[in-house]
Design a protein around this ligand. Structure first.
Ligand code: SF4
Length: 208
């Protein structure tokens, strides 16, 4: 199956591919993406609903005490690190970027707690840049579809960018996230009527 056919199948399967995190500006999105590591978007949305009532700008966020923020975000896991990183990133944004979330990748990854994946999501969703963020769902799906053979997200991102046209990167990222989250799940994927059966390593191994 070539890139064009894969894109067509994803468009048919998931015509509406949007970020499920709730946010109203780049800073809120950045915080939500940091919180989403090893946590569901649903839980993150619950947390940020309360959090953004207290602090919704980097200026307000950097003034929170770490313990205070930890209490609010406790249920999302890794809360100590996430609280520390959100406060440090907020200080950085205020001191180095004039209170505005930067849009360049090199600047985004210089913020505390912001890695390649988080930077890609913020670039694509907040700033409309072409980016291909690779999370656990994208990585699993790309491997099953034989697009890559790696457990390294950076290598996966590079290969996917080589394979698919640039204009499709951001949309495909969300399609693959949603596909991995709801159909091609890690355990017991729903393979019925899946258009990728003939290229899928998982399907082939299960149906030998
Ligand atoms: S056949 Fe099953 S495992 Fe393979 S891509 Fe489709 S849903 Fe995922």
């Amino acid at each position: 199956m070539n890139a064009k056919e894969i894109i067509k199948n994803f468009d048919e399967l998931i015509p509406q591919a949007d970020c499920e995190l709730v946010f109203s500006n780049p800073f809120e999105l950045l915080v939500a993406v940091i919180l989403s590591a090893q946590c569901t978007d649903k839980r993150v949305n619950k947390i940020t609903k309360d959090l953004f009532k207290i602090a919704k700008t980097p200026e307000e966020m950097k003034e929170l005490k770490q313990e205070e923020l930890e209490k609010i975000i406790f249920s999302c896991g890794l809360y100590k690190n996430k609280a520390k990183n959100i406060i440090l990133a907020s200080k950085d944004i205020c001191e180095r970027f004039n209170g505005k979330v930067p849009s360049k990748k090199s600047e985004l990854v210089s913020l505390s707690g912001v890695g390649n994946k988080t930077a890609n999501v913020v670039m694509a969703v907040a700033f409309g840049e072409d980016a291909f963020a690779v999370d656990t769902h994208v990585l699993r799906t790309a491997n099953r579809l034989s697009l890559v053979k790696t457990s390294n997200p950076d290598i996966c991102e590079k290969k996917l960018k080589e394979f698919f046209p640039k204009k499709n990167w951001s949309r495909l990222h969300y399609q693959m996230v949603l596909f991995g989250r709801y159909k091609c799940k890690a355990q017991n994927p729903d393979c019925n009527d899946c258009p990728f059966q003939n290229i899928c390593t998982y399907f082939k191994s299960k149906n030998k």
